[in-house]
Design a binder for this molecule. Structure first.
Ligand code: NI
Length: 142
């Protein structure tokens, strides 16, 4: 095994408890093993998205519409890449929460940048980018 590093992470107690319940209680030997697994998944998911591949994708975000500044920032992030945003569907979930589904098309690197700004915006409760490559699998390098 390669050299190990240790680092500490601050997070809400409820999140730590839920993480432990979903990992240590379900076959992971330790919290370290579970975090390693999550990090591997995260990095693998991102590897493809740094290139020039043409992809289509959706970003789904859930956020509090009472935060008017957040709404402006989310819209601004989409206006900066109008060529990549195909369409946006907005659903008013209840009195407080909104869900937005942003359909994107373009270079993987551009979609990742837009998604990071939307999902990473302070106040966004949930967010995820899902992409599919438009490259013909039979033409893709092995
Ligand atoms: Ni709404």
């Amino acid at each position: 095994m390669s050299e190990l590093v240790r680092f500490s992470v601050s997070l809400p107690r409820g999140l730590a408890t839920r993480f432990d319940q979903e990992t240590i209680g379900r076959g992971f030997a330790s919290r370290s093993e579970a975090v390693r697994d999550v990090m591997e998944h995260f990095l693998t998911e991102r590897e493809w998205s740094t290139d020039e591949t043409e992809v289509v994708g959706t970003v789904v975000i859930v956020y509090d519409h009472h935060d008017a500044e957040l709404g402006r920032r989310l819209t601004h992030a989409q206006h900066e890449r109008p060529g990549s945003v195909v369409c946006v569907t907005h659903v008013h979930l209840d009195e407080r929460w909104c869900m937005e589904v942003v359909i994107l098309r373009g270079r993987a690197v551009d979609l990742r940048e837009i998604a990071d700004r939307l999902v990473g915006a302070r106040g966004v409760r949930h967010g995820k980018l899902v992409c599919a490559s438009l490259t013909d699998p039979e033409e893709a390098p092995a």
